[in-house]
Design a protein around this ligand. Sequence first.
Ligand code: ATP
Ligand code: MG
Length: 317
Amino acid sequence: MASNLILTVTLNPALDKTYQVSRFAPGGVYHTEQQHTGAGGKGINVARVAKTLGAEVITTGFLGGQTGDYARHLLAQEGLNPDFEPCQQETRLCTAIVDPVSHTETKVNEPGPKIAPEEAARFLDRLRKLARQANFVTLSGRMPPGLPPDFYADCIEAVRESGAWVGLDTHGERIAATLQRGVFPDLLKPNAEELSEYAGHPILMFSDALPFTRAWRQAGCDSLITFGAQGALLHIAAGIWIGAPPVVQYKSAVGSGDAAFGAYVWALSQKMPFQESLQWAMGAGAANAETFGAALCDQSHIESLAQEVQMQAFQEA
Ligand SMILES: Nc1ncnc2c1ncn2[C@@H]1O[C@H](COP(=O)(O)OP(=O)(O)OP(=O)(O)O)[C@@H](O)[C@H]1O
Ligand SMILES: [Mg+2]
């Protein structure tokens, strides 16, 4: 096993097109002032930040058609070592129109390719093989059409065969479908909204999360629950910690959770103490919030904000 290799899974990646158009309104014809094309997806963001911090990464999931080929090319150029399962249907194109005058962002996302059962089975074989090379595996985001709702449970079981650590960041319904099978990852990383969806009621404060993180802990699973600008809660075997983030010059927090997940896993791969891993995670989330675009923050920015994170042990009432 390569010692620090991090494998990130993005089941429904995208070719992301971002256009800058001033005074955009529906129905008009526009010429773009700036455009950017990138490979997108939550696991790709995780890999990007882990790599920024010095990790060796591999990205996997499904890629199909010409958009998929282009995304694979862009990932290779970025050094994110794409090793995706080919699928018959085309990888989705996601378009964002950013208007610097009205400060709005309009998004049009395709649903993504419908994955056939045999493609899903081939992906699990690929994941099994890749997990033998990696010590850490992350599973992030929503799923493309065609996959069963509990597909993350299959992924976790495939990774477990090699003994690699595995973390899962997805929305409430998919967490439920996974845990209902009695399959737990090593870490769950929902944000407060995703945990609310899982809980069936609003999770507004750190203490609201505890009934869930406690139950997961009893099943051997750690939790990193992120609450945006309010900070994050880490519940591990050794205890519960709360982190208060630094005040940031806010630009966009899209991808802050992915940045936090990437930095956390990188810190674990460096055998850092858990509290320090939480500091790095929150430093990356904050640096991402100060940067346009997802997971594009740099190493020194993450490091300086990580040092400003205030940690405290959570006192249970
Ligand atoms: N405005 C902010 N100021 C400071 N830190 C922030 C801010 N937004 C996010 N963070 C940091 O990043 C972490 C993750 O952010 P958040 O909870 O928004 O993730 P998320 O909702 O999963 O994001 P995404 O799914 O878009 O990646 C937070 O716990 C916090 O430490
Ligand atoms: Mg998230």
